[in-house]
Design a protein. Structure first.
Length: 389
């Protein structure tokens, strides 16, 4: 498992402390979104579709620190947008590290090498680089050729400089397990600390709506993906969450486990859905009707969701909440996951004819993303100036 012992100990004592005090709902990871603007326009992303005036806004370091202190979670994930477009990101990270929070700065790594001198290696800081597979698959997913090579070069530079580096990968119904096996081997050879994999969430605003996974497809894909797992593969995830993705462990979503804070406030009910905002974390806990969310609720927006931000906290809670959970995790640590994954006979949607990576930041004919998405991006010149600033 690609997680340092000190981090595992911090999380374990935090969760056990909450359980011993009878706290029912508590955060594990704060999803801190300092800004929404990005230097990519990925086909499966539904987080950056905002008016230009919203994309120009960003949280101040003081606002970030206040949210972290209020929430109290031991881990902070900084997604976006692209966090390295925030001119004070190094100051934000220093403040979180000083608070001894385990920080995962999620980045597409296009600006990472440029930013490295402004950060200091620490056990509390990890660069979580977004890679959706090998070069062909990743460049297609982010709709820009050459991004994989830039990201890998930045990863190697960060590791050489002494930084912790992990990766995060979103899988869709076009994923080829054999190619991902090669991808996992490549990342381990490069020297990343651990990998995170998760099915994509079907954002309503995402330009590409054809390739999100339904829950049965997710189980089928991950059983094939981990049919013959290698001991050399290290995942920066709970073993029970990976078992859940294979349909081998039952979990229910705990959306309060990964609360999201951004320029609008505390997002209801979670990082993936946007149904209003609370002005404080306690208000989020007290005023959200949690029974309306999760797969068991019957909410159609949750029916196919098996994403890490909703189910990783559940997996961690199960690990320390029962002898069965703890014993299962111990077995997985000692002996690895089983290889008896029964493959669900789930027909996979065919790839669209002529699907290929765009040769430019915009989409040419045959690109996997519809042209209007990129036409819309080009209609925002002020945002582009902000991105390059």
């Amino acid at each position: 498992m690609g997680v340092p012992v000190s981090q595992m100990w911090t999380v374990a004592t935090y969760v056990l402390g909450k359980k011993l005090r009878g706290v029912k709902r508590y955060p594990l990871v704060l999803m801190l979104e300092p800004l929404f603007r990005c230097n990519l326009a990925c086909a499966g992303c539904g987080k950056i579709q905002h008016p230009a005036d919203i994309l120009r806004k960003q949280l101040t370091p003081e606002e970030c620190f206040a949210a972290v202190d209020e929430c109290g979670a031991p881990m902070v994930s900084i997604p976006g947008g692209e966090p390295l477009l925030h001119p004070q990101m190094d100051e934000i990270v220093r403040g979180l590290v000083a608070r001894k929070k385990y920080v995962y700065l999620c980045t597409n790594a296009l600006l990472l090498e440029k930013w490295l001198p402004r950060f200091t290696p620490s056990k509390y800081l990890s660069f979580s680089v977004h890679l959706d597979g090998l070069a062909a698959e990743h460049d297609e997913a982010v709709c820009r050729e050459g991004t994989y090579d830039i990201a890998v070069k930045a990863i190697k530079a960060a590791i050489k400089a002494g930084f912790r580096v992990t990766t995060n990968s979103t899988l869709f119904n076009t994923a080829d397990p054999a190619r991902y096996h090669e991808f996992f081997d490549t990342l381990m050879e490069i020297g990343v600390e651990g990998m995170m994999v998760s099915p994509g969430y079907p954002y309503e605003k995402a330009p590409d709506q054809e390739h999100f996974l339904h829950s049965r497809e997710t189980v089928s894909l991950f059983r094939r993906l981990f049919a013959k797992p290698k001991r050399s593969w290290k995942f920066n995830q709970s073993p029970l969450f990976l078992e859940f993705l294979k349909g081998k462990w039952e979990l229910e979503c705990t959306p309060w486990g990964s609360p999201a804070y951004n320029i609008f406030g505390w997002q209801k009910p979670c990082y993936l859905l946007n149904e209003g905002y609370a002005q404080s974390f306690q208000e989020l806990l007290d005023t959200t009707d949690w029974s309306k969310y999760g797969r068991a609720s019957g909410n159609s927006k949750c029916s196919d969701c098996m994403v890490h931000c909703g189910y990783e906290p559940s997996a961690v809670a199960d690990t320390f909440g029962s002898l069965r959970g703890l014993a299962t995790v111990a077995r997985l640590f000692l002996f690895g996951p089983s290889r008896d994954n029964e493959i669900i006979d789930e027909p996979q949607p065919p790839r669209r004819p002529g699907l290929r990576v765009a040769q430019t930041p915009g989409c040419s004919d045959g690109c996997s993303t519809a042209k209007p998405h990129f036409d819309e991006a080009r209609e925002r010149p002020l945002v582009e100036l902000t991105v390059l600033k």
